[in-house]
Design a protein around this ligand. Structure first.
Ligand code: NAP
Length: 322
């Protein structure tokens, strides 16, 4: 996991720190923003949040981040991001923002360990995949339970997998999994898909894809790895079991934006709205990664957004000095 030794110790609990750039979140977006802000000599401070490295750190091997032809471990990549940012003067503090006041600058962020006053803010708090919240899900995550086909599909070469969900993500990721898996069974709680017609037709016509309708996964079974699921037909109540090597869950994401509600413009799903410059509705507040992006959701795109956000924060601060 991350190099905890380099994290600033939680200092005096009531300390107030003033910074030019405060980055919320330690995933690829946040740490890339920190790298760019550090190289602009802005001495950024990163608040890690509860999950070091964000969702990327939960991925066993990342094989599509450029520069690593043999792939790189998710936690290892995060540690490299951290080291690189720190080399140029970024500070990474083990703290989680609990509330923000964006009504005036400097922006006020209250964390578990103190208060931060920031001239600019880069919000990179990410999104979390929604969980089924059934038995075995937590224990078997990374052992056959996955929320990312692009990240983990390759590990299911010639295996049987199930996909839970009936939206665009479930079908798109399910179709992606057909490149590797021997069969992809989509388990949906209704008999009508939410996904668009084009994806539906592709899925219906694909020889490796089949459907189980009106059904819920009630338990994921396995020891060292997933071996099967328990299913319940929601119309008849019938309970069955199904052998499978993998369970991919695509039942939506929730952006981590609760504390910004009412202070920044968001779309209906709670993603913070931004323009191509990663600017939000409030000057001086920038966003990067999955907190604003419900489309690409890749390490490389999040890192790119982080860099862009920091470049814009730099320009913003330069203009203040003129
Ligand atoms: P989504 O559209 O919200 O679909 C979530 C699916 O999961 C729904 O079918 C839902 O069932 C099911 N579901 C929700 N909670 C569940 C639970 N607890 N147990 C079992 N099933 C559950 O989410 P998404 O597919 O991630 O898409 C999010 C947005 O991104 C959408 O606007 C989508 O159009 C867009 N997107 C677009 C593309 C593309 O255009 N290529 C690709 C990916 C995503 P019900 O249908 O019964 O509600």
């Amino acid at each position: 996991m991350f190099n905890l030794g380099n994290l600033s110790a939680p200092s005096a609990s009531t300390a107030t720190k003033k910074v030019k750039v405060l980055v919320l979140g330690s995933g690829p977006a946040g740490l890339s923003a920190a790298l760019y802000a550090a190289r602009a000599e802005l001495e950024p401070l990163v608040l890690t949040g509860m999950e070091f490295g964000g969702q990327a750190a939960l991925t066993h091997t990342i094989e599509n981040y450029p520069g690593f032809p043999e792939g790189v471990g998710g936690p290892e990549l995060g540690e490299l991001f951290q080291k690189q940012a720190e080399r140029f003067g970024a500070k990474v503090e083990f703290d989680t923002a609990q509330s923000v006041d964006l009504s005036q600058r400097p922006f006020k962020v209250t964390g578990d360990n103190g208060v931060y006053l920031a001239e600019t803010l880069v919000i990179a708090t990410g999104a979390r995949p929604n969980h089924l919240e059934v038995g075995g899900e937590v224990e078997l995550t990374g052992k056959g339970v996955s929320y990312c086909a692009t990240c983990d599909g390759w590990f299911f070469k010639d295996k049987k997998v199930i996909v839970v969900g009936g939206g665009d993500s479930a079908l798109e990721e399910g179709l992606f999994l057909t490149r590797f898996a021997a069969s992809v069974t989509i388990v949906h709680r209704r008999d009508t898909l939410r996904a668009g017609k084009v994806l539906q037709n592709r899925a219906f016509q694909h020889p490796k894809v089949n459907f189980i309708w009106n059904s819920a996964v009630t338990r994921i079974v396995g020891g060292d790895k997933v071996t099967g699921v328990a299913l319940k037909n929601l119309q008849t109540g019938e309970e069955t079991s199904l052998e499978t090597d993998g369970v991919f869950i695509f039942i939506g994401h929730t952006p981590n934006t609760q504390m910004f509600r009412g202070q920044l413009e968001m779309n209906e799903a709670g993603y913070i709205q931004s323009n191509v410059h990663m600017e939000t509705s409030l000057p001086g507040v920038f966003v990067a990664g999955e907190v604003t992006d419900d489309h690409f959701r890749q390490v490389v795109t999040s890192a790119g957004m982080g860099a862009a956000a920091a470049i814009q924060a730099t320009h913003f601060l330069e203009k203040q000095l003129v």
